[in-house]
Write a protein that binds this ligand. Structure first.
Ligand code: LLP
Length: 449
């Protein structure tokens, strides 16, 4: 019964990215089933999943076609190893991913989560230079406020002090450029060609003066986990040009942005960028099963070819790498994109989101509103004029999210940034309901302070 489940949840289950002392003092959501954009908890209460279950759901929960793909594969075999052998869905999916990704990305290496897709890109890039016989490459260039996952390699290339500060002594060497959004806001008040030029100059100065750079790594178009901080237009493209000019590698992390979230299948398309590595996760299975992928070029792949005794091969792979069920549902996910014309239908919704987000500027406790495609962040502040944040310990973002919960909207903020990351399949009236509810909940803050 629900009460026992709640008790056992608090007693046995240590939740990720969760302060368990606070969690155990609160009433928590325990989900039981879902359909479309809706989730139901163990009391039968209904919620719109307005964060796509941590940004991965695409076509809705309990989708008949995705369910079928899992069931069909389940009746054949759930898992077989890909270490030195293969399986049918993993092959078909690899081919499909190569077809839909930017030109030049011709090889697919599987893993289970976004962080690992990044680990793989980091290790491959580092190992690539070794296999090429180039010595002394051991520094990555990354951005402040970056988030690439929570494993130690991914943390090394991350830049969010709250998540990374603790582990400082364990991390490898990086050079950090400023977070483009924060830099531009501070210096120019907005995203503009001048700030793009400044940042690219800073990058070029580093690339020009050093021989030890393995790769430049960045998220695609927006620093999502930092609170939805978009890049100035042309930045990604400029970085690609410089990495080519100075013969270094570029890793683009599309874990959050991939699979339609920015309005195109991948954000790279919008800037005509084809990186050396592209990391994918989250939406790859439509939010069904843990799967991720690192796509790379023939140039990188070929550097790992050799006779067995040369030991040039990539020593990486997990028990569940290229899992049969996960790859089947990922294939079906891509088919649904075509059958339901998901990206086409998304365009008016992006427009609606943009229009409606403008309304938030009027609210007393909203300091900034940011959007890229179907991803949005609304930053709460205590004092708008002074740009003063709410104290960290007050958990204002969570308070607002809990208010929304009362009205059947499920949100998880990033600090005091309210995140809207709705499943691509959401209908316009459902979007309006989510937005109205969030607006109401933020207005409620005015009563408190
Ligand atoms: N790369 C990017 C650009 C991401 O946004 C994420 C996760 C990852 C990699 C890692 O993927 P994963 O290993 O989780 O599959 N800590 C925040 C949520 C982080 C946002 C998720 N992004 C929170 O507590 O809400």
């Amino acid at each position: 019964d629900p009460k026992t489940l709640e008790k056992w949840d608090k007693e046995y289950f240590w939740h990720p990215f969760t302060q368990m002392k606070v969690y155990r003092e609160e009433e928590n959501l325990i989900f039981e089933r879902g359909e479309g954009v809706y989730l139901w908890d163990i009391y039968g209460r209904k919620y719109i999943d307005a964060i796509s279950s941590l940004w991965c759901n695409v076509h809705g929960h309990n989708h008949p076609k995705l369910n079928n793909a899992v069931m069909k594969q389940l009746c054949k075999v759930a898992h077989t190893t890909t270490l030195g052998s293969s399986n049918v869905p993993a092959i078909l999916l690899a081919k499909k991913l190569v077809e839909i990704s930017p030109e030049g990305l011709n090889k697919v290496f599987y893993s289970e989560d976004g962080a690992e897709a990044v680990e793989i890109a980091i290790k491959m890039a580092y190992h690539y230079w070794k296999n090429k016989g180039v010595k002394g490459k051991n520094v990555f260039i990354t951005l402040s406020e970056a988030y690439h996952g929570d494993t130690v390699g991914a943390v090394s290339v991350g830049g969010i002090e709250l998540f990374h500060g603790t582990y400082k002594d364990l991390l490898f060497k990086t050079i950090k450029l400023p977070s483009p959004y924060l830099y531009c806001k501070e210096k120019y008040g907005e995203l503009c060609p001048e700030c793009t030029a400044d940042l690219l100059k800073q990058l070029e100065d580093i690339l020009k003066s050093r021989e030890d750079i393995v790769a430049v790594i960045m998220e695609a178009g927006i620093q999502a986990a930092a609170g939805m901080l978009p890049f100035p237009p042309g930045f990604l493209k400029g970085v690609r040009e410089l990495t080519k000019k100075y013969d270094t590698l570029m890793i683009v992390d599309e874990v959050a942005t991939g699979f339609g979230r920015t309005g195109t299948m991948f954000y790279c398309e919008q800037e005509g960028v084809s990186p050396d590595f592209m990391c994918l996760g989250k939406g790859i299975t439509g939010g069904y099963l843990p799967l991720a992928a690192t796509l790379t070029t023939d140039e990188v792949f070929n550097a790992f070819l050799g006779e067995f005794g040369e030991a040039k091969h990539f020593y990486h792979g997990h028990t569940y790498t290229g899992n049969n069920l996960a790859c089947s549902v990922a294939l079906a996910n891509l088919e649904v994109f075509e059958e339901e014309r998901t990206l086409e239908k998304l365009q008016p919704k992006i427009k609606l989101l943009k229009e409606r987000l403008q309304e938030f500027w009027e609210l007393k406790h909203v300091g900034d509103v940011r959007q890229l495609g179907f991803m949005a962040g609304i930053e709460l502040v205590k004092d708008k004029e002074k740009g003063e944040p709410f104290p960290y310990g007050e958990r204002t973002g969570f308070k607002v999210a809990y208010k929304c919960r009362e009205k059947g909207v499920f949100l998880r903020p990033l600090g005091d940034v309210m995140v809207l990351m709705m499943p691509l399949v959401i209908e316009e009236d459902e979007m309006n309901y989510v937005i109205d509810t969030l607006k109401w909940a933020i207005k409620e803050l005015e009563k408190e302070v």
